[in-house]
Design a protein. Structure first.
Length: 398
């Protein structure tokens, strides 16, 4: 693969929640194409659902093999990826430390408390009066409070760690020196909480991780403990903070969808899955996987040592898998979307994110059934320079 043969990726500047039409063309005509991210070596890009699943789930495609390579990326510096840069069995060793806290059963136990938080936040929004910013009143504080309760992080520190967490998803929104500073601040903050747990043990997730580290050092090193805790805190709220307004935006800009949910609130779990499929959260490709042997993919022979990127938003609109993929169908029955990834790196917090999104929609349907945009759609502003799409604010009335 040569750099001169690779197309620049992303193909265009992200526009709201619109999917670049080039992806549909590639799925039809050239499902595996050579691309070049802003930094690093060129790579293949997979756009069809089947090929994306293969790259994410087949052990012949490795994350660990990126070590020592000039891997394709969206930022100048190669950032430490921790567990996201590992393959089994090392990846499995770390994931097992935290996976029990995110099982479907454990997450369901958190649902009543999450609904109480949602109702409290909606109370505040209603008291503030319309128009109110859904991002500030509900979408930002709810995921932060839930992950803080789970980990054992003081919610009073949210202004600091929420700001630092932007470094995880920044492409150009922060300068490289700011990214390094924020990541260092986040790690130092978590190291301080770890030290607190050693002097005063707790039953929260950080406390449990410290006990694992201190009773079985082979399962978890100190650096891994701090990195894992910091990653959970940042990833545990950052994407959901953006997805809540994204999902509400889709529902309110297609009023018939909100009306249907209001009439059939039992559709909320199904609606969340459909909206996760439909919303292209990512603005670019994520981490590359390197072929460890020659693999035929999308009609192309990927040579051993070549990196492959995937477009999850494209896979979630694949006509071969989804009927009328560009249409929102809140009652869609066949929906094997890849919004949370696939394979060993499938998002460990997927069940938590699902539950939070379900709770938020249910709370809004119950408390503000006449919810609507308070400004014309053209006046909404979107975040830029991030790996994820999201609104800076979402003014609503009811």
């Amino acid at each position: 693969m040569t750099e001169t043969s690779a197309q620049r990726y992303p193909f265009s500047i992200p526009d709201r929640l619109e999917l670049d039409p080039r992806l549909a063309e590639l799925r039809r005509d050239e499902p595996l194409v050579r691309v070049r991210l802003p930094y690093g070596e060129p790579a293949w890009l997979a756009t069809r659902h089947a090929d994306v699943r293969t790259v994410l789930g087949d052990p012949r495609f490795s994350r660990a093999a990126a070590a020592g390579r000039d891997e394709p990326r969206n930022v100048p510096d190669q950032r430490e990826t921790g567990i996201l840069g590992m393959d089994p069995p090392e990846h499995t060793r770390l994931r097992r430390v935290v996976a029990r806290a995110f099982t479907a059963r454990r997450v369901e136990e958190l649902r009543p408390g999450t609904r109480r938080i949602a109702d409290e936040l909606v109370d505040g929004m209603l008291a503030a009066g319309a128009p109110a910013d859904l991002v500030a009143h509900l979408a930002t504080p709810l995921p932060i409070r839930v992950i803080c309760d789970l980990l054992g992080v003081p919610v009073a520190d949210q202004d600091d760690f929420h700001a630092w967490s932007e470094a995880i998803v920044s492409t150009t929104s922060l300068r490289p020196d700011q990214v390094r500073e924020y990541l260092d601040n986040l790690r130092a903050y978590m190291a301080g909480l770890v030290a607190q747990r050693r002097s005063a043990p707790t039953d929260d997730l950080i406390g449990a991780m410290v006990r694992v580290r201190d009773t079985d050092a082979e399962r978890l090193s100190e650096d891994e403990l701090v990195g894992l805790a910091a990653g959970l805190l940042a990833a545990g709220h950052e994407t959901t903070v953006n997805q809540i307004p994204n999902l509400v935006y889709v529902l309110l800009t297609e009023p018939e969808q909100w009306a249907r949910l209001r009439a059939e609130p039992e559709l909320v779990p199904n609606a969340v899955e459909e909206l996760l499929r439909f919303v292209p959260l990512g603005t670019t490709a994520g981490f590359p996987r390197y072929a460890t042997e020659d693999v035929e993919l999308g009609g192309v022979l990927v040579r051993a040592g070549e990196p492959v990127l995937v477009s999850i938003p494209s896979a979630n609109r694949d006509e071969r898998v989804f009927v009328e993929p560009d249409r929102v169908d809140l009652a869609r029955q066949v929906n094997p979307h890849l919004a949370f990834g696939h394979g060993v790196h499938h998002c460990v917090g997927a069940q938590l994110a699902r539950m939070e999104l379900q709770v938020v929609l249910s709370a809004l349907l119950d408390r503000t059934p006449e919810l609507r945009l308070a400004v014309p759609e053209s006046e909404l502003t979107w975040k830029t320079g991030l790996l994820v799409r999201g609104l800076t604010s979402l003014p609503v009335s009811w």
